[in-house]
Ligand binder design. Structure first.
Ligand SMILES: Cc1ncc(COP(=O)(O)O)c(C=O)c1O
Length: 470
């Protein structure tokens, strides 16, 4: 695992980071930002403007989508094309695009399946669904063997929560502040981001939260050495509560690329075992190769009791998610854990099988590792030359640059300016926790395109440094 945090000799020691706390603006590029409006003023023209206006008139507005800021007409490989013919390298892609957009093998499989069997009603199974469950069960290490599918990550998280309740006879959970597990009410109950929880009224009872492992900004004072004090705290809470069904964690937090050390997961695994709680790892955006291994937890030498996959499983075509659980957790045969209309979609399963083939045949795990190491080198170089870059970190092709002001506080406006500067130059990515540039390129990206993206980032950072008050 490649990671650069305070103390590394590769990057100058970053300024101490002041945390965003529960600031609802911490999610960053929300659509009410004045910088968003300025970007639209400068870049959005006739046909696109008309489509955006119709979109805003027809859809309910919400903070992270409608009103939108551009309209797409095409996607291919790493590229998005907007209605005015502009192209963007997509380093965001909601993390569905490990194999890129319109991968020919995925598209062929989907077209073929549409012609053969487009839908499979409840009570029937079908070949692609059986094959996918067998394949996922075989990919995961023992004892993770049994699978349930769902048309979305939050739904699969919900199934994991239900199964944990049935299997343990307990209902409480421990999850992490600042985490994201989906936007449904059960998922925001265990999630820890203010922008999703604020003003939503009573959330699910028994959903306890603890501080996450942020190795570069530890709330327990480990000073960057990570002696797993945050995991000890989970152990402490498990001991006090005694009736916790599950601890739920994003193996690597995707929004701002928090990569815990192995000691953290070893301690967490031990704590769960000691107190009879299940360990559920959410790998919805990062599983299936993004971190350089099929499952991110393989980096840590532990096996959870359940893992949740999603997003990229549908090959950037179809909404697909999966819960893979320990075989002996098959104990809810008389309950409905999922029961979703599109649960065993033959089309979605065909897309997923083709995606797994591409990941294996194109050796995308090795590719993520190799390109990730190269990207970290480029990011370290940016950190040396741009004072705004306080920390760089990554695992595989999940990469984060944390921007901080000279006093160490989060450089949120600057991060947004860098983002819009990159968009204007043809690079799209998201900002996590308000000040972390999160880069998540397709794993099929060509070396030269990856370098081109860092050149764009370099130019946008230089622009912001040259005009700090703009
Ligand atoms: C870590 C994590 N878990 C769960 C989800 C929810 O997935 P979906 O949007 O498919 O419901 C997301 C989505 O971004 C996610 O990042």
């Amino acid at each position: 695992m490649v990671r650069t945090t305070p103390g590394s000799d590769a990057v100058p020691a970053p300024n101490p980071v002041v945390r965003a706390g529960s600031d609802p603006a911490a999610e960053g590029d929300v659509n009410l930002s004045p910088l968003r409006r300025a970007w639209e003023r400068d870049h959005v023209r006739g046909r696109t403007r008309a489509l955006l206006d119709r979109d805003a008139a027809a859809y309910l507005h919400q903070s992270l989508s409608t009103p939108c800021f551009d309209a797409l007409v095409g996607a291919e490989g790493i590229w998005l094309t907007d209605a005015d013919g502009r192209r963007f390298m997509d380093f965001h892609g909601n993390n569905v695009h490990q194999v890129g957009y319109r991968h020919p093998r995925v598209i062929d499989a989907v077209k073929h399946q549409l012609d053969a069997l487009p839908f499979s009603p409840r009570r029937f199974t079908n070949g692609p669904a059986v094959e996918l469950a067998e394949r996922l069960g075989a990919l995961a290490p023992d004892p993770l063997r049994k699978v349930l599918l769902a048309p979305g990550g939050a739904l699969a998280i919900g199934m994991a929560l239900k199964l944990a309740r049935v299997a343990t006879g307990r209902h409480k959970t421990i999850s992490m502040w600042d985490s994201f597990h989906g936007a449904s009410l059960d998922a925001i109950s265990i999630g820890g981001e203010a922008v999703f929880r604020r003003d939503m009224g009573p959330l699910m009872p028994g959903a306890e939260h603890v501080p996450p492992c942020d190795p570069h900004a530890c709330r327990f004072g480990c000073g960057g050495t990570c002696d797993a004090r945050c995991a000890d705290y989970v152990d402490y809470v498990l001991g006090k509560e005694e009736d916790v069904a599950a601890v739920i964690v994003e193996t690597v937090r995707c929004t701002d690329v928090q990569v815990p050390p192995a000691t953290y997961y070893r301690s967490l695994r031990d704590a769960c075992d000691r107190h009879g709680a299940l360990l559920i790892l959410d790998e919805v955006p990062i599983g299936l190769g993004r971190t350089g291994t099929m499952f991110a937890f393989e980096r840590y030498g532990i096996v959870p009791d359940m893992v949740v996959l999603g997003k990229g499983l549908g090959g950037a075509v179809f909404p697909m998610a999966a819960l893979i659980a320990r075989a002996d957790l098959d104990v809810a045969g008389d309950r409905a854990l999922g029961h979703y209309t599109h649960e065993k979609s033959p089309v979605g399963c065909a897309a997923a099988l083709a995606t797994l083939d591409v990941i294996e045949d194109e050796r995308l795990l090795e590719r993520a590792d190799r390109l990730g190491a190269h990207a970290l080198g480029r990011m370290r170089d940016l950190a040396r030359r741009h004072a705004l870059v306080g920390d760089v970190r990554g695992v595989g092709l999940l990469l984060g640059l944390e921007l901080v002001k000279p006093d160490g506080s989060p450089a949120r406006r600057e991060a947004e300016r860098v983002m819009y500067g990159c968009l204007a130059r043809g690079l799209s990515f998201k900002i996590g926790q308000g000040n972390v540039i999160t880069l998540s390129p397709p794993l099929v990206i060509a070396d030269a395109d990856l370098d081109r993206a860092f050149d764009i980032l370099d130019a946008a950072l230089a622009d912001v440094a040259a005009r700090p008050d703009a």
